[in-house]
Design a protein around this ligand. Sequence first.
Ligand SMILES: Cc1cc2nc3c(=O)[nH]c(=O)nc-3n(C[C@H](O)[C@H](O)[C@H](O)COP(=O)(O)OP(=O)(O)OC[C@H]3O[C@@H](n4cnc5c(N)ncnc54)[C@H](O)[C@@H]3O)c2cc1C
Length: 301
Amino acid sequence: MIIGAEKSKKRIAVIGAGIAGVKAAKTLSKKLKNEAEIILIDKHSYHTMMTQLHEVAAGRVPFTNAQYDLQKLFAHQKNVQLLTDEVVGLDKTAKKITTKFNGVIAYDYVIVAIGGEPNDFGVPGVKTHGFTLWSMEDALKIKRHLEKTVEQAALEHDDDKRKALLNFVVAGSGFTGIEMIGELIDWRRVAAREYKLDESEFTLSVVEMMPTILNTLDRQDADKVVKYLTKHHVNLLLNHAITEVAADHIKIKDGADVPTHTLIWTTGVQGNTQATSYGLEKTERGQRLTANEYMEAVGFE
Ligand SMILES: Cc1cc2nc3c(=O)[nH]c(=O)nc-3n(C[C@H](O)[C@H](O)[C@H](O)COP(=O)(O)OP(=O)(O)OC[C@H]3O[C@@H](n4cnc5c(N)ncnc54)[C@H](O)[C@@H]3O)c2cc1C
């Protein structure tokens, strides 16, 4: 099936209703009121407020706090059509998008705004045993895992096994990792109280490959964070590279294995793998798409 456009109007397809796609659709809707119709396609019927995901993961806020219903967001943009579907292909020559459930959609212009994805840098076990924090599904997976693991620890009488269950590790000390560990500091208090555990039995750690944390930040500000984390008994394992993630431990380069059932991987993001199948020019290392100064795909200006 091809979802058709009104002949007199240009159709702009926006793939992805993250902050980029939503902003683009809103701006174009206003600017091109009578000249274009816009179709905004996303896998979800809601926009995810990514910047709150660590709060969802640690249970500080209900997941609904980080979801915005797209119908409501676009209630006043009559020239924006919403489609909940997954885009599985893009034919730039024929100007057609293939979706999983709604067939083919023809367009005149397309905006690819499908975001990025966590980069595991090829470290074995991250995908299978680690947790990432880059979508609502990720955040809810972490939340459920934290609850299950503490519940399990509360029933565990073997000291070593309980210690491993109560060891929570964040890999990476960028903003996402530090925000996540910050949430875990508060979560630890609540979880210990709820499960009648001693808070001192919990271990929280940040593993960072570099000698310092928050490396995009001014050093004075980063030092304040170090002070805060140390005060709240967070281990900072600096100059430590994780080489493997297993279900019950992580391996550290030139170091001993660290027993843990929870490794939250926040070491950085790369371009969405799916976008690399769209046949657009990629950066040298193939992780991101290249664009000109107008954010146009090279070769398809
Ligand atoms: C915990 C956390 C805290 C953060 N804090 C900050 C902060 O304080 N400041 C800041 O600037 N940034 C922050 N970021 C980063 C910021 O959230 C991202 O840079 C931003 O959300 C990227 O927006 P985007 O629209 O490009 O992509 P995304 O938000 O990833 O949106 C992409 C959309 O595309 C959809 N999609 C993907 N593939 C398909 C497909 N094939 N078909 C249909 N739909 C698809 C997805 O469902 C999603 O809705 C944070 C991120 C996290 C995780």
